[in-house]
Design a protein around this ligand. Sequence first.
Ligand code: ZN
Length: 480
Amino acid sequence: MSLRVYNSLTRQKETFVPLHEGRVHMYVCGPTVYMDAHLGHGKTYVNFDTIVRYLRYLGYRVLYVQNITDVGHMLDTGEDRMLKGAAREQRQPMEVAETYTRYYFRDMDRLHVLRPDISPRASGHIPEMIELVKRLIERGYAYEVNGSVYFDVNAWQEYGKLSGRRVEDLQAGARVEVLEEKRHPADFALWKRAEPEHIMRWPSPWGEGFPGWHLECSVMSTKYLGQPFDIHGGGVENKFPHHESEVAQAEAATGEPFARYWLHNGMLMIRGEEMHKSLGNFITLQGAFGQWDPLAIRFFILLSHYRGPLDLTEEALDAAGKGLSRLTTAARAVRRRLRGALEGEASAAVTQLVEATRARFEESMDDDFNTAGGIAALFDATREVNAMLAGDAALTRGSLEALDTLYRRLLGDVLGVLPENLEEEDTEGLAARLIDMLIDMRAELRRNRQYTEADAIRDRLAALGVQLMDGPEGTTWSLS
Ligand code: ZN
C-alpha cells in the first residue's frame, strides 16, 4: 500500500511521492497571535499534527514549519489584528504577540500537538519580504501606489488556479480608499504604507510600512523548505484569497512551482453553525479544557475526516470521551499486566490480531489520512483484547508486549491520544477517592461517638489543605 492524499490543487486523490526520497517538507499556516486560541484552531492543528505524526510513522523525516503571524493580518474592517489586541490590553503589539504565542503553545501541548520544527515569526523576516516584493515589481507582477505595493492579478495568468476562481468574477471587499489605489479590485497588498497611528512599521524602498499577510507565508515557507516543497496545509476558509495569493507571489517571483500538494482541512462548527463571537458560540481552548479532557477533544476531532466540517455538540464530545476511555483502559490494563507477566513468546492469536489491526489501521490512514477508519480498527481490536484479558488463559510477556506496542504506536505515536502517565492513572482521581474514603471513616467514627479520632481526621486533612464541610446532605470537601 502507498499513501494517497487529496490534493486541492489538482482536485483529486494522488499517490504521495515526496520531492526527496525519505523526506517531507511541510508548511502549515500558523495562528495570528492577538487573542486566545479557540476550538477551530484546535481542529486545524490536531488535523495537521496527526498527518505529520503519520508521515513520521511511515518512516519519513519530516521538516515541519508553521509560522507565527505577529504582523500584517487585517480584519475585514481593515483593522490590524495585532493593533486591536494591543489597544484592548493597553500593551505594545510585541507584548501581545509574545503572550499569545506562549498561550498558543501551552494549549497545543495539552492537545498533544507536537511543536513544529521551526516556528518562524513574521516580524523576524521583514528583509526577506521586502526582497520578494522588489523581485515581483522587477518582473512586472506588482506596482507601487502612494507607498503601498499591490500584486497585479491580471499580470499573473494563473491567479485562481488553486481556488478555481476567475479573476473576472472577483470583487474585493476592501475599503473604498484602498480600492481607488488598485488597478483591479482583487489586487492584494504585498506591502502597506503605515498610517501615522500604525505602531508596527519598518523602513522600505517605498517608505515606512508593513508586509501583507499573504506575503509572510510565501517567504517563510520557501526560506526554510525550499521551492518547490512537498506539502502546504491550512484551513479551507483560507484557500482564497490567502493560499491563492501565496501561490501567486512565490511562483510569479521565481517561475518555479510553489507547494506540490495542498491539503485543506474542514471547519469546526458548533451545533451546525459557524463559530463566531457574534453568535455567542465562541469557545476558547482554555474554556473547553475546563469542561473536557484535552485528549478527549483531540480524539473527538480525529473521529471525523480532516477534510470534512466537524460539528461539535456536547453529547458528541462526551461520547468521544467515553470511547477514548475504553481504548486507554485496555491499553493501561495491558501495561499493568506486563509487570510480573509469565515469560513466553506471543501467542498465534495475539500475533494475528496485532498484524491484522495494524494492516487495517495503515490501510485507512493511507487513504488520505482516514483517522476514523483507523480508530474503528482499534475499537474492534480492543473488544478482543478485553476478552483475552478477562479470559482464563494467562497472557505471556510476548503477547502483552505485542499488544502494548500496538497501542503505543497507533494510539500514542500516530493518534496522540495516549496519556503520558498511562500507568499511574490519574493521580487526581485517586486523591479524590482517598479523601472520600477518609470522610466515610470519619462518619463511622462519629457514629461510634469516637469524636477525638474523627476530629483528628478532619484536622489532619485541613493541615493538608483539604477543608471538610458538614451539611444536611453529608460531608463535602474543597481544597483551600
Ligand atoms: Zn499562510
